[in-house]
Design a protein around this ligand. Structure first.
Ligand code: SAH
Length: 459
């Protein structure tokens, strides 16, 4: 593979990043990651007892809101609980707190090292070139956090202006959190944004510091159609999951309820019978005893695949996850520490490993998929070693060099983020196989391999 890398890898600029603090599921205590072992109580058949939930005010507004809801209509699915806790418009964790970064609850790869975003920027340019340099493309990021990843990508686009000069690029951010969209606006535009532009489906728009138009949306469906490169880094793990437990009586859904013994506490219970979700989401051939499914991730991947099939482009998904093998991965984080998922909802990040086998199934037919491939392999294939060398050579002081090496270790070490984070891509079928290959295999030159998923060859 040949990447248009020389100019970028030679860039001298090093940006300050916080001292890397690790947040990788592999580092969690085993007990938290083990499957639910104790049998869960069955949910009450009808509604909950009255009286106790109103007292559940100690942990704040979200708990009071949930307790009222549970008392009125009975236990809710884990998906509903997670949706409320994370994105409730008034009290949700992302809505109010945001959480990403060193001063928040968890830190992500782009916040650790600029190199991460730079290599992803190169991935898009490489794919854009391989796809015949279309005259326009949209970069669409789902869940941009603080905007750091987009900022690093846009810096690469700026450095490669000569390559991209004839291309009309725009950026489209899908973000539900007003708080985070404000932080993104400051990071990317210096705060010069126009809220509620009349002529757009976006809720905000602005111009990046590098001169590229940026638009904000709450839902991927609001992003205008067109040739697009999609990006979802640590996005799918934040979407609501359903949890299912195999019992002697068959599959039951795990629900969230008020604990009748302790008024201001929530607990898991099992649905007394099968639910529509157990029927729809558990495959007859399933061998695990505990399964998590994220239908919202499935719907979004189907949408991305349809859009790529119709308008062209590609999607890059990076997250921690598995290929349909893991069981109980639901967990919470607060102040960089594990946090009980049912305690003080709305004040902690809730997350579950992404099931890439499910995403692959959802994309099938419409696009081809590549991966999941481990982060350390993907970044190596993208040239991270070379980039590190350039930065090391250009940094004069020992502290900076040590910081560069520490953040490299964090991203690449198999025991840190190197193995548990994965890259996964959706690409048009014709990107991997010539449409007429079957008829005339010898008539076409080979397609360039997809960067990151193949070993790096630098010319
Ligand atoms: N990609 C960033 C942030 C990851 S945190 C990084 O790697 O640093 C998850 C992000 O997804 C946050 O920006 C959060 O507000 C956003 N988010 C969570 N649920 C969402 C939803 N349903 N729709 C749109 N954005 C969502």
């Amino acid at each position: 593979m040949v990447l248009p890398l020389r100019a970028l890898l030679a860039g001298r600029r090093r940006l300050p990043r916080p001292a890397a603090r690790r947040l990788c599921p592999l580092s969690l205590p085993l007990s938290r990651r083990a499957p639910l072992s104790a049998p869960l109580p069955a949910a009450p058949p009808a509604r909950l007892r009255s009286g106790q939930a109103e007292a559940a005010g100690g942990d704040g507004a979200m708990l009071r809101h949930l307790a009222r809801k549970l008392r009125a209509s009975g236990p809710v699915t884990v998906a509903e609980y997670m949706r409320e806790a994370l994105t409730n418009p008034g009290q949700g964790y992302y809505t109010r707190r945001g959480g990403v970064g060193e001063s928040g609850d968890f830190i992500t790869s782009p916040e650790i090292s600029q190199v991460f975003g730079e290599l992803i920027g190169i991935w898009y340019i490489s794919e854009w070139m391989a796809m015949g340099k279309p005259s326009t493309f949209q970069l669409v990021e789902l869940g941009p956090g603080r905007g750091t990843l987009t900022e690093d990508i846009l810096r690469v686009f700026k450095q490669l202006t000569s390559v991209l000069s004839k291309c009309d690029v725009s950026v489209h951010l899908v973000e539900v959190s007003p708080k985070l969209s404000e932080i993104q606006a400051v990071m990317l535009t210096g705060g010069k944004v126009q809220p509620n532009p009349e002529d757009e489906s976006a809720y905000m728009k602005g111009i990046s510091k590098t001169g590229i138009p940026i638009f904000w949306y709450r839902d991927i469906q609001d992003v205008p159609p067109g040739y697009s490169f999609y990006l979802a880094h640590e996005f799918f793990d934040a979407l609501p999951i359903h949890k299912f437990q195999r019992t002697e009586k068959g599959w039951r859904e795990v629900l969230v309820d008020i604990d009748p013994e302790v008024p201001d506490q929530l607990r898991f219970v099992l649905s007394p019978s099968r639910t529509p979700a157990t029927q729809n989401f558990i495959q007859p051939e399933e061998t695990r005893d505990h399964v998590e499914v994220c239908p919202e991730a499935g719907v979004i991947v189907q949408r991305l695949a349809s859009r790529i099939e119709k308008d062209g482009g590609a999607a890059l998904v990076a997250d921690y996850g598995h290929d349909g093998t893991k069981t109980d991965t639901f967990r919470g984080f607060r102040n960089h520490k594990l946090h009980n998922v049912l305690s003080a909802p709305g004040t902690a990040d809730l997350t579950a490993d992404v099931d890439f086998s499910y995403l692959r199934k959802m994309a099938q037919g419409k696009t081809a998929t590549l991966g999941p491939i481990k982060q350390r392999e993907f970044l190596k294939n993208m040239g991270i070693d070379l980039r590190l060398q350039v930065l090391l050579q250009n940094s004069g002081d020992t502290a900076t060099r040590e910081q560069l090496l520490r953040s490299y270790d964090m991203l690449m070490n198999p025991e840190k983020m190197g193995d548990c984070f994965n890259f996964f891509a959706l690409l048009p079928h014709h990107r991997l196989v010539h449409p007429d290959k079957k008829d005339k295999p010898e008539s076409k030159s080979p397609l360039p391999p997809v960067a990151g998923f193949n070993e790096l060859l630098l010319k």
